[in-house]
Design a protein around this ligand. Structure first.
Ligand SMILES: N[C@@H](CCC(=O)N[C@@H](CS)C(=O)NCC(=O)O)C(=O)O
Length: 248
């Protein structure tokens, strides 16, 4: 929740027009109803289509961060005219989604990875030390590689070659993540001793890719050579906020 921004001079003009008695009445009523000036609009509004794709990792990070947020989902029909307006000004500064608006602050972002990093920073999910932060950033790039490897599968009529390519990317990235997890074994998280956006991103992309592999090619991620990553995937699925988000 956030305070509604009210133009101070228009309020003062309006107040001057009230009689003294009405001003007292207004003060009493405001005192009794502290929430009358509080907007019930969520602080963060994430707009995307009715799909996981580029938005899911941001949604999950907002969830894990305990944000007060709105999950606005548009149909392609609704988006069409909005997209045309986007190039000419507000509220969409870029003609594509996802799109994050932060109420009460001059922040509008329409690029998924900067949005992800921003949300992670806001909610302290971006790592503690500089060493942790650069590791988190690097793992977001691995997320991006995996994302770009599975998305073409969603639209493929002949998925075999794409499944092979995804599995190769998964094996290469996964082996690297195995080493990272081995070096950080005491916590079970990818970076440091607590949950970061690195964990959320890898969990999210593997979760979504697994669904697409199963649907399009009755295939699955080869976990055999990735035991620590498998354990990590199961651990993040059990994070209370993430678990409850997907249990709804
Ligand atoms: N670089 C952008 C790409 C965004 C993008 O391509 N969004 C697609 C959906 S995944 C979109 O808005 N498509 C509708 C359109 O271009 O009008 C990002 O990472 O957010």
């Amino acid at each position: 929740m956030h305070l509604v921004a009210i133009n101070a001079s228009s309020v003062s003009v309006a107040l001057r027009q009230l009689s003294k008695k009405d001003r007292v009445r207004l003060a009493v009523s405001l005192h009794r109803s502290k929430h009358s000036l509080v907007d019930t609009m969520p602080k963060y509004k994430l707009t995307y289509f009715q799909a996981p794709a580029r938005a899911e990792v941001i949604r999950l990070t907002l969830v894990a961060g305990g944000a007060d947020w709105e999950d606005k989902r548009l149909s392609f029909e609704e988006w069409g005219p909005m997209s045309e307006k986007a190039t000419s000004g507000t509220p969409f500064r870029f003609p594509w989604l996802p799109h994050l608006e932060v109420a009460g602050e001059n922040i509008v972002i329409s690029q998924s990875l900067p949005t992800l990093r921003f949300v992670a920073r806001r909610f302290g999910l971006d790592g503690g030390t500089d060493a942790e932060k650069v590791m988190v950033e690097s793992i977001i790039e691995i997320y991006s590689d995996l994302f770009n490897a599975y998305v073409p599968l969603m639209f493929a009529s002949e998925p075999a070659e794409l499944v092979k390519k995804f599995k190769e990317t998964m094996q290469k990235s996964g082996s690297f993540l195995e080493i990272i997890l081995k070096n950080n074994k005491s916590s079970g998280y990818l970076v440091g001793k607590k949950l970061t956006v690195a964990d959320i991103a890898i969990y999210s992309v593997v979760r979504e890719a697994s669904k697409v592999l199963a649907e399009k090619a009755k295939a699955s991620v080869d976990w055999n050579k990735l035991p620590l990553l498998k354990a990590h995937h199961e651990k993040i699925a059990k994070e209370p906020k993430i678990h409850s988000y997907y249990s709804k």
